[in-house]
Design a protein around this ligand. Structure first.
Ligand SMILES: Nc1nc2c(ncn2[C@@H]2O[C@H](COP(=O)(O)OP(=O)(O)OP(=O)(O)O)[C@@H](O)[C@H]2O)c(=O)[nH]1
Ligand SMILES: [Mg+2]
Length: 222
């Protein structure tokens, strides 16, 4: 895998929808957002290096790791951008939202506040990412630390939030026990590919509709 630690600099131009090509692979940028300490870095490290550190440091700025995978017969390089969740690092993380293909909104199931903050994270992402079609932008929600005994957020409550906010897939994960981590990142890829297929379909519809009645199958997401 490749890695990079970036505290300053410019993000690449937006690639959504559908990412860019990296060799034979489609390069997709996904970004992890959520409160400090919910386990964003741990999820990324579990997925890319299959390691877990019970005493990790808070992230400063952003870091990314790449992992190649195959989803439904397509070769993809997933570029996972891990951001600093602490409020004091806001100005270091927001410049990197542009160009994301999917946003993983993360909370910890044993931390109610982190769940209640999901809406602000979504808002912050929408504000700084400047996505072209906000209604169709793919999100995935992750409820992490399900290995912890004391839960403050129930699965039903989390699923209800996803529905109210427009149907994003929800995964209950544990970076520690490696529960659902691969499934969550693969779901992110599928969300992007599905959005891309919809755009292709919409473009095709508008090309063949001589009356100019462009039919787009709208899909709202959270
Ligand atoms: N029990 C348990 N602990 C976890 C899990 N994921 C992360 N942790 C622990 O929670 C703490 C914070 O994890 P990080 O991955 O650093 O959290 P973060 O979201 O990256 O935090 P910031 O970088 O400050 O935004 C660390 O001590 C991790 O070991 C998990 O699934 N289960
Ligand atoms: Mg971190």
């Amino acid at each position: 895998f490749q890695s990079c630690n970036l505290d300053t600099g410019h993000s690449p131009e937006p690639s959504w929808v559908g990412g860019m090509m990296s060799g034979k692979n489609l390069l997709l940028k996904v970004i992890l957002l959520g409160d400090g300490g919910v386990g964003k870095s741990s999820l990324m490290n579990r997925y890319v290096t299959d390691r877990f550190d019970s005493q990790s440091f808070h992230t400063i700025g952003v870091e990314f790791l790449n992992r190649d995978l195959e989803v439904d017969g397509r070769l993809v390089t997933l570029q996972i951008w891990d951001t600093a969740g602490q409020e004091r690092f806001k100005s270091l993380r927001t410049p990197f939202y542009r160009g994301a293909d999917c946003c993983l909104l993360t909370f910890a199931v044993n931390n109610l506040q982190s769940f209640q903050n999901l809406g602000s994270w979504k808002k912050e992402f929408m504000y700084y990412s400047d996505v072209k079609d906000p209604e169709r932008f793919p999100f995935v929600v992750l409820g992490n630390k399900i290995d912890m005994e004391q839960r403050e957020v129930g699965e039903d409550e989390a699923r209800a939030w996803c529905e109210e906010n427009g149907c994003c897939p929800y995964f209950e994960t544990s970076a520690k026990d490696d529960t659902n981590v691969t499934a969550a990142f693969e779901a992110a890829v599928r969300e992007v590919l599905a959005a891309e297929d919809q755009i292709d379909h919409a473009l095709l519809s508008s090309t063949i509709d001589l009356h100019g009645n462009r039919k787009t199958s709208r899909r709202s997401c959270c």
